[in-house]
Design a protein around this ligand. Structure first.
Ligand code: NAD
Length: 265
């Protein structure tokens, strides 16, 4: 007999990431789908899922069957997700982006009683990129930093959660909060750029799964650190790696870099 399969509940099961997760779980021998959840009224509610399940409109019963919930939905759905995971004592991976300070505070509160891993980007490459950006920003303290990202036209937030995460890594490298270094968009600016600040640019269109370019701009030279997501399946694979790692961990808040063993806080 093999080991017991880890039961994963997918929140946002009718979305781009949710569908990729359902597929990846079906293909993984060590994982079982505990259920899929969609926003009430979404056309996917009631649709068939592997294992004879149907997409539900309520996270609570799925949380009770799951070892880990994986959330790729919207920030508005987070409070209900945290409640369902907390009530069931179920671990949670939050991949949803566009989170504000109130969402982060709610995650911190939930992490008192359950294990929560929140990541604006669950890919291995971006997790490493973040550590490289932090190091580069700290070693090149006076260089300007620009972060450019490209995503499909359906993306709702800009700049992307990953771009902001990379900005935070750069700011951390300089011993500051991103807020203190973040520049207003250059579009429409009427004066010179603030030296040493961190600027953002967002491009939207087509089907791009996500490109991120971090430029460090010095005098007479520039360094460019870049990541290209060719397919959103990398985020599903990464989120499921996170779910496997998180299952059975004590309550607390975790990050992708904890999994890879190079947390640079
Ligand atoms: P999407 O719009 O295709 O899917 C989101 C789904 O969530 C939709 O089907 C929507 O109906 C559903 N939803 C909304 N409210 C819900 C609720 N209360 N309960 C259950 N389902 C609900 O978007 P997507 O491209 O799949 O991305 C989802 C989120 O994940 C976005 O915030 C995106 O930026 C983020 N994302 C993160 C990563 C990462 O690596 N962390 C990668 C890709 C996307």
């Amino acid at each position: 007999m093999g080991e017991r399969q880890l039961a994963i509940g997918v929140l946002g099961a009718g979305g781009r990431m949710g569908r990729a997760l359902v597929e990846a779980i079906a293909a993984a021998p060590d994982l079982a789908l505990a259920g899929g959840v969609e926003r009430p009224g979404h056309p996917a509610c009631g649709a068939a899922l592997p294992g004879g399940l149907v997409v539900a409109a309520n996270a609570a019963p799925v949380a009770h069957r799951a070892d880990v919930l994986v959330d790729f939905t919207t920030p508005e759905a987070l409070a209900e997700t945290l409640r369902a995971a907390g009530d069931a004592g179920c671990a949670l991976v939050v991949g949803t982006t566009g989170l504000g300070p109130e969402h982060h505070a709610a995650i911190d509160a939930a992490a008192q009683t359950i294990a929560v891993l929140q990541a604006a980007n669950t890919s291995l490459g971006v997790t490493l990129l973040s550590a490289l950006v932090e190091m580069a920003a700290s070693r090149l303290p006076d260089w300007d930093i620009e972060i450019a990202e490209l995503h499909h036209g359906g993306k709702r937030d800009a700049p992307s959660g990953t771009a902001l995460m990379l900005g935070e890594a750069a700011a951390r490298g300089r011993g500051k909060q991103l807020q203190a270094l973040r520049l207003r968009p250059h579009d429409g600016m009427s004066g010179p750029r603030v030296t040493g600040g961190i600027g953002f640019a967002a491009l939207r269109g087509g089907t791009a799964a996500g490109d991120h370019d971090v430029w460090l701009l010095g005098t007479g030279e520039r360094l460019r650190l870049a990541h290209v997501a060719e397919d959103r399946r990398i985020f599903a694979t990464g989120a499921l790696t996170a779910a496997r790692w998180l299952a059975g961990r004590p309550a607390g808040r975790y990050r992708m870099s904890d999994i890879l063993g190079f947390s640079a806080r």
